[in-house]
Design a protein around this ligand. Sequence first.
Ligand code: ZN
Length: 111
Amino acid sequence: MARPVQIDAFDRDILAFELFGGDRDQGVEIFQNKMVVTRAPHRCVICLGPVEPGSRVRAQTEHSPALGCVRTFYVCAECCEACRLATVDPNDAGRAIEARTAIGADRARAA
Ligand SMILES: [Zn+2]
């Protein structure tokens, strides 16, 4: 079944959001940044919440020379929406993504 064209614009706006801002190791190389349907459970890199199998989410795969490894970061559906708002909505001004990041910080402290 073909997806509506509008969804592709949503995807583009989600994927355009820079996941880690300027807070990166030198020389990190992004191999892949796309929407996927997950087969295994994952943890969202922003809010640290669960990404259930069968979820349609953003997945970014990259190589870090500093860590010497390839990692894939998943972004849950709610954080994808926050990424989209940060890209397209000047009124949001990154507030949605800040709120999701704060949830992640709370979860990290509670862990
Ligand atoms: Zn999330």
